[in-house]
Design a binder for this molecule. Structure first.
Ligand code: SAM
Length: 376
């Protein structure tokens, strides 16, 4: 074992040196999973949980226990901290880590998360699996109480972003293609799937805060009960998305049927169903921006500041971002102006954290094209 410091906690993790293969190390090769590359995900989650102050925290897929332990030490001392992993080597390590961080009232389970989630209820549930969170959506939504929160990590970007189309159909029950703004559309497909699963329980979900980073999505949703709310959310926010392969025009559409591009007449590529509503709760986002300075001890503080600054600006636009470099190549524009001058040309527009060449605006396609082509 090796002791590492992350945030304000010290955790024992398997020593990577012992599990190297030909000089390389992957966290999944160790008997208990710990990935330092996910520190940013955990750091931001610490800030979110500090605002939520849930009475009960359930870290359903804990591995070393680092997430739940960090929430307890750095966010807020919940009345109950529940940590679980189906791997018994992990739960033995969790015992040690919990003790070393001075936590006395943690409950540790060694169960399949889907078994535990039908046995206990919680106000905050963290689902941080390898790959897709799909096997845990229904059980986690079912296990929430009092308009609770579920946090999902999804690292299976290839189905969500349309690279593995059959896998997307299988796991997310959505038609998908790789499109210019798939980085954002993948998150919307995931939310759409969660809304449909929640609806089976006469519940629905609303995103509180979400983002894309490195190789994963992170999404916090508030769960609310009621068949009517579930119906309303489906009717209002579950639609499809179309992109024109010729001219790059993109828009949400009501149905998955043959639609011609209103700009150039080419057949649209349609994906979905997916969620078309806001990716954040604006009030919650403001509260995050108000308090994140309290967390300036975090190693990823500068990155958090940068992400929150961009998200604060882009969150006000309803449209999916336009990927300017993809758009320019469709239009055969070779010299694209720098992003900042396109933003200036559009006036009411922002960058997007989803892509360095992404621009978010509610202005029309023609105006975007005018700015991309540098015509004033
Ligand atoms: N949350 C951890 C963190 O932030 O470091 C990482 C969790 S790791 C990606 C996923 C963990 O889920 C592994 O420790 C694995 O043993 C556990 N796991 C996988 N399937 C499970 C299941 N069905 N029930 C409970 N635990 C499971």
């Amino acid at each position: 074992l090796k002791e590492v410091t992350e945030g304000k906690v010290r955790i024992f993790v398997p020593d990577p040196k012992e599990y190297m293969i030909e000089g390389k190390f992957d966290p999944s090769w160790a008997p208990v999973f710990y990935n330092p590359k996910m520190t940013f995900n955990r750091d931001l989650s610490v800030i979110v949980v500090s605002l939520l102050k849930p009475k009960i925290i359930l870290d359903a897929l804990s591995a070393t226990g680092i997430r739940g332990i960090r929430y307890y030490v750095e966010s807020w001392k919940s009345e109950q901290l529940i940590l679980n992993d189906k791997n018994s080597t992990a739960t033995s390590l969790i015992q040690i880590n919990v003790k070393n961080n001075g936590i006395e009232n943690a409950k540790i389970y060694n169960k399949d998360a889907n078994v535990l989630l039908y046995e206990i209820k919680s106000e905050y549930i963290d689902i941080d699996p390898f790959g897709s969170p799909v096997p845990f959506i229904l059980s986690s939504i079912n296990a929430t109480i009092r308009n609770g929160i579920v946090a999902f990590t999804a690292t299976d970007l290839s189905p969500l972003e349309g690279s593995s189309r059959t896998s997307c159909r299988r796991k997310y029950d959505a038609i998908n293609y790789k499109l210019s703004s798939s980085k954002e559309l993948g998150l919307r497909i995931l939310i759409g799937k969660i809304i449909r699963e929640a609806a089976m329980l006469e519940k629905t979900v609303y995103p509180l805060f979400s983002f894309y980073a490195d190789y994963y999505y992170r999404l916090f949703v508030r769960v609310e009960s009621g068949a009517r709310k579930a119906d309303e959310n489906i009717n209002k926010n579950l639609k499809y998305f179309g992109e024109c392969p010729r001219c790059g025009f993109q828009t949400f559409v009501d149905e998955n049927c043959k639609i011609k591009c209103p700009i150039c007449g080419e057949n649209f590529i349609i994906i979905g169903p997916l969620y078309i509503g806001p990716l954040h709760n604006m009030e919650f986002l403001k509260r995050m921006i108000d308090i994140y300075n309290n967390f300036n001890y975090l190693s990823s503080f500068n990155r958090i500041q940068k992400l929150l600054n961009v998200i604060e600006k882009e969150a006000k636009y309803k449209s999916v971002f336009y990927n300017i470099s993809k758009l320019a190549s469709k239009l055969k524009v070779s010299a694209i102006p720098p992003i900042d001058s396109i933003l200036e040309c559009l006036g009411d527009a922002s960058k997007s954290h989803f892509a360095p060449t992404g621009i978010r605006t509610d202005k029309g396609y023609e105006e975007i094209i005018r700015c991309v082509k540098n015509l004033r």
